[in-house]
Design a protein around this ligand. Structure first.
Ligand code: 5GP
Ligand code: ZN
Length: 121
């Protein structure tokens, strides 16, 4: 979709710290994380929100979310994980995305680059 930030990230027009991709989704680190390892899963195809997205794509996103959750827990030693998906007035970017937000009992704040290095090493 023209002028959609996450479509541009999905097609590589805008760079991202990507940690996984397949034909259907791209997974990358949030530019303004709530915690170390805050990650977004987006469908490569444009869907606005939960009402718009195809059921098959939705199911695939949650299958991948399980895998990514395990990777983040293993690489970053987080203690918990929030899965969040905003719609309507609380959704800033109008291209469906699922947030994976690690929770830590205690954490030292790292830069997105430092977190990316830890995940990819
Ligand atoms: P929403 O409020 O729409 O659920 O969340 C949008 C998220 O996208 C926010 O957490 C924000 O930090 C993230 N975000 C916005 N612009 C960019 C960007 O250009 N790159 C990345 N990686 N994340 C972004
Ligand atoms: Zn889009």
């Amino acid at each position: 979709m023209d002028n959609c930030l996450f479509c541009k990230i999905a097609n590589g027009e805008i760079p991202s710290k990507s940690i996984y991709e397949d034909d259907i989704v791209l997974v990358f680190l949030d530019i303004n994380p709530n915690s170390n390892g805050h990650t977004l899963i987006i469908p490569k195809k444009h869907y606005k929100d939960i009402d718009d997205i195809d059921d098959d794509v939705y199911a695939h996103i949650f299958k991948i979310a399980k895998k990514i959750k395990s990777i983040l827990i293993q690489k970053l030693n987080c203690d918990g994980m929030q899965l969040v998906q905003n719609n309507g007035s609380c959704q800033d970017v109008k291209h469906y995305h699922l947030h994976l937000i690690p929770h830590y009992e205690k954490q030292d704040i790292l830069s997105v680059d430092e977190v990316y290095e830890k995940i990819m090493r």
